[in-house]
Design a protein around this ligand. Structure first.
Ligand code: MN
Length: 499
């Protein structure tokens, strides 16, 4: 890329063509951009403008105004201001050819301005004033309408430094400035799913709660203590670009997935939480990459959504279509949460969060409109039989029959546990259980399935489950391991822990 030595005005003077700078920076065999056609196009009566969203190394918006047969251009790093209270930096760049008015495409990486160029807005404009130091225009675009002043701020030798200012009232008179901090809404612990009301269920993520502030294609992350944690997760920065000129405050959880288990792994994330130093942070972002799981939208384009019901916030969030290499909007399930519970258990996740559909966003509060239900029910249970595996595994253990002793010393059957048994577990049980086999059922209560094989009640399994059913069974039990340190005779049904 040739160095930019000439000021933008220099090209318009002398014998040089107005597009010399533009052409000198580009290899038209490599870039799809137009090479331009000096003055060959007849100047129309209506002057045109374009604003391109340019996903270059540093994202920016390019404002180009048709003038004297070319497009004088400014790169605006934070986008065209819609509010008269902010002046934004606008860097004068080289004049572009008129054909650039409808250019959109991918400029190859390594070429000048490499990255995707999209048309963000276009239309016509009137020039109220045009000098070397000041340009005042009225834009008639689809997204932007109104009077704007571009004025040079740089002293001699700094011809590139300009600012852009909106002279008309705010484009959206009801728009508010973006809040600088948001205290996240917190969930109340619960032991079971709510019985009344309309709820949605989400998976509970084991990571770091983070609120994302996105503006001008840039993102800033705050943790629960409202500390800026952006520099620690460089891979999440692309989220800012994905939102383009949309300004938003998102709520979610930063997690790190273990590629072997497919599960969020808090220990991986912990290795990234207290690291400083760019080199080390970059290395960790490759070795232990993070993903931002987005589950709420608190503010959008000048408007707070905290009073908007959860269900509607989620619908608006879904409309942003946020899916990327390092972020996603995991689904929520409206209803009784059975599918979410099931997935959460199957993947060994921490639990689920129930959210009242009509609830507002109660920032900073531990609210009963959000309930976190961990898969906290776990206890030891006596193994007293098994069911053979299905199809090709009939000679092998498929699930364990488990129970507990009641106060009279009766072994009460509480269900079968097959989920969570690994190949190693099954091998070990295939060896151990036949040696303990007996003909009669050791269970004194509960209805044992047909085809059961029974054993002496000598082994103890650690089992995780969601809840006790009204009939005294285990809902969604998962085998966690055998307990060699527990005397089977001491196994009782444990009371659920209070929230
Ligand atoms: Mn550009």
């Amino acid at each position: 890329m040739p160095p930019d030595t000439s000021g933008p005005e220099s090209s318009a003077s002398g014998r040089a063509g107005p597009l010399d700078d533009y052409r000198a920076k580009r290899d038209f065999a490599a870039t799809p951009e137009p090479s331009g056609n000096d003055g060959a196009l007849a100047a129309p009566n209506v002057l045109r403008f374009v604003v391109q969203e340019h996903h270059a190394r540093a994202m920016h918006w390019d404002l180009r105004l048709e003038h004297d047969g070319v497009l004088p251009s400014w790169a605006v790093p934070k986008g065209i201001p819609l509010d008269p209270h902010v002046n934004r930096l606008a860097v004068r760049t080289e004049d572009h050819p008129l054909e650039y008015l409808d250019f959109a495409g991918d400029i190859p990486e390594g070429e000048y301005g490499g990255g995707t160029m999209r048309v963000w807005d276009h239309g016509t404009y009137e020039a109220l004033e045009w000098t070397d130091r000041k340009v005042t225009v009225v834009l008639h675009g689809e997204r932007v309408q109104g009077r704007y002043a571009l004025f040079r701020t740089g002293r001699d030798g700094r011809e590139r430094d300009w600012m852009i200012h909106r002279m008309d009232p705010p484009a959206d008179p009801t728009a508010q400035p973006m809040p600088a901090t948001v205290a996240p809404m917190l969930a109340t612990p619960a032991t079971e799913r709510p019985r009344h009301g309309a709820w949605a269920y989400e998976l509970k993520w084991d990571g770091i709660r983070a609120v994302a502030f996105v503006e001008g294609g840039r993102v800033r992350f705050q943790n629960r203590n409202e500390r800026d944690i952006t520099p620690r997760y460089p891979e999440l920065r692309e989220l800012g670009r994905a939102l383009g000129s949309t300004r938003a405050i998102l709520d979610g959880e930063i997690v790190s997935f273990n590629p072997e288990t497919g599960r969020p792994d808090f220990h991986r994330l912990q290795q990234r939480m207290h690291v400083d130093g760019d080199h080390r942070i970059r290395k960790l972002s490759q070795d232990l990459p993070a993903t931002y799981m987005i589950f709420d939208l608190v503010w959008l384009d000048g408007h707070s959504l905290v009073e908007v019901p959860y269900e509607q916030r989620r619908a608006t969030l879904a409309g942003l279509d946020l899916r990327g290499p390092s972020w996603q909007c995991p689904p929520h399930e409206v209803g009784d949460g059975s599918a979410t519970f099931d997935i959460s258990l199957r993947f060994g996740l921490e639990g689920v969060v129930a959210k009242a559909l009509d609830s507002r966003y109660e920032g900073g509060r531990r609210s009963s409109a959000w309930l976190k239900i961990k898969h906290g029910m776990r206890q030891e249970l006596v193994v007293a039989g098994w069911m053979p595996g299905e199809r090709g595994r009939t000679g092998s253990v498929g699930s364990l029959l488990v129970g507990y002793y009641d106060d009279e010393g009766t072994l009460v059957y509480s269900g079968r546990v097959g989920s969570g048994l690994t190949g190693n577990d099954i091998e070990r049980l295939d060896r151990a259980l036949p040696q303990l086999e007996r003909a009669t059922s050791p269970f004194g209560a509960g209805s044992v399935p047909r085809g059961a094989r029974f054993t002496e009640p000598r082994l103890v399994a650690e089992v995780r489950f969601t809840e006790w059913t009204p009939a005294g069974g285990l809902r969604q039990p998962v085998f966690l391991g055998l307990r060699t340190d527990v005397d089977p005779a001491t196994v009782r049904r444990e009371a659920p822990t209070a929230p």
